[in-house]
Design a protein around this ligand. Structure first.
Ligand SMILES: [Zn+2]
Ligand SMILES: [Zn+2]
Length: 364
């Protein structure tokens, strides 16, 4: 049993309460991790405003990096002292989906995860005899947390925690969308809608893959320099089909990555791709949204492809993207717009609400 200070969501739209709670020992295939740094982004906000249906009280935080303190039974890939990146996309390795190579769809882990539980359908956090739930199986806004082995990826000791703490969610998602969901080939042309952390990661992955032309769209003019620096050849303020056709010999792009996922952006992305082109929906739509599309687009053999977590396997893909980082091909420094201590978590949330972006949380 460990005592740990954690940031707890008690009810929707309430400020988080930072206090000491109990954390029980890691069980089968679980590890106890001392957090060094966590990332705060929009998914945490979604839980606060009630776009997710987690039971409360809930320890928030869905990405971060730390050091392994103790491994539970049958943990083979991790030991005390390992530097690790946490990922919410843990998987069992032997279910209907895992056996098809679709680890990111693993239901054995995802079903309890959606209820705030670890894969054995229980919690490790508690206060007295009351359970406290785990956000996304990660709960990184806590000095210590217990996570499932495959959601905890060992990384090299020379990767700084500033970098390791922010790669587990949006960076994996953006790079995976290009590498796994779409399977982009060298020389392709692509449109990227939205220049947030996912969009910037998509652009960088396209560059690494050797895309011939990258057109990015973001309505915020002040972001355009950052988007260009990430590797976009053309940056537009809206999805101008005329401009996109002009830049692609009249055909349209091979791929469109829609990081916004509204009816408007999805239809514009569909219009922007050439015949037999692929739209990858990387953004998270409102869960109850309904869109209308013109099915003639499918007669032209255009496709819309879903992408959850960039169809990524964290154990396979996080070391790969950190290799890109070490080779200087993936820029990850400066991904955080500011750093706050755990006690200042509500100020960090305010900054996120007001300015967007991503923030890091420290524990000392
Ligand atoms: Zn599975
Ligand atoms: Zn996230």
């Amino acid at each position: 049993m460990t005592r740990t200070r954690a940031a707890i969501l008690e009810s929707r739209n309430a400020p988080l309460s930072v206090r000491e709670v109990s954390l029980s020992e890691p069980r089968e295939r679980e590890v106890l991790v001392k957090m060094e740094m966590a990332g705060l982004c929009r998914s945490d906000l979604n839980a606060i405003v009630g776009h997710t249906r987690y039971d409360m009280p809930l320890v928030l935080g869905h990405e971060g990096a730390g050091t392994v303190v103790r491994a539970g039974r049958n943990v083979t890939s991790l030991k005390e002292g390992d530097r690790v990146v946490l990922s919410w996309a843990a998987f069992c390795g032997d279910c209907f989906f895992c056996n098809k190579g679709l680890n990111h769809q693993c239901h054995t882990v995802a079903w309890p995860r959606g209820k705030g539980l670890l894969p054995d359908w229980t919690t490790r956090f508690s206060e007295g005899d009351k359970p406290i739930f785990h956000f996304n199986g990660v709960s990184s806004f806590s000095e210590y947390t217990v996570v499932y082995e495959t959601g905890c990826v060992k990384v090299d000791d020379d990767i700084p925690f500033e970098v390791a703490s922010v790669v587990g969610c949006s960076v994996v998602t953006g790079i995976g969308a290009v590498y796994n969901s779409a399977g982009v080939e060298k020389g392709s042309t692509a449109l990227v809608v939205g220049g947030g952390n996912v969009g910037i990661s998509v652009i960088q992955a396209l560059k690494i893959k050797g895309a011939a032309l990258i057109i990015a769209v973001d309505p915020k003019a002040e972001k355009h320099t950052l988007i260009k620096d990430a590797g976009a050849d053309i940056v537009l303020s809206d999805i101008s089909i005329d401009e996109i056709r002009k830049a692609t010999g009249g055909f349209g792009v091979d791929y469109a990555f829609d990081g916004v996922a509204t009816e408007e952006t999805l239809n514009a992305s569909l219009a922007a791709v050439r015949r037999a082109g692929i739209v990858v929906m990387v953004g998270y739509p409102h869960p109850l949204a309904k869109y209308s599309v013109q099915p003639i687009e499918f007669h032209l053999e255009k496709r819309i492809v879903g992408s959850l977590y960039g169809s990524s396997n964290p154990v396979r893909d996080i070391p790969r993207l950190l290799d890109f980082y070490k080779q200087g091909r993936l820029k990850l420094d400066g991904f955080s717009s500011g750093s706050y201590r755990l006690e200042e978590i509500n100020e960090a949330i305010k900054a996120l609400e007001n300015n967007g972006g991503k923030y890091t949380i420290t524990f000392n």
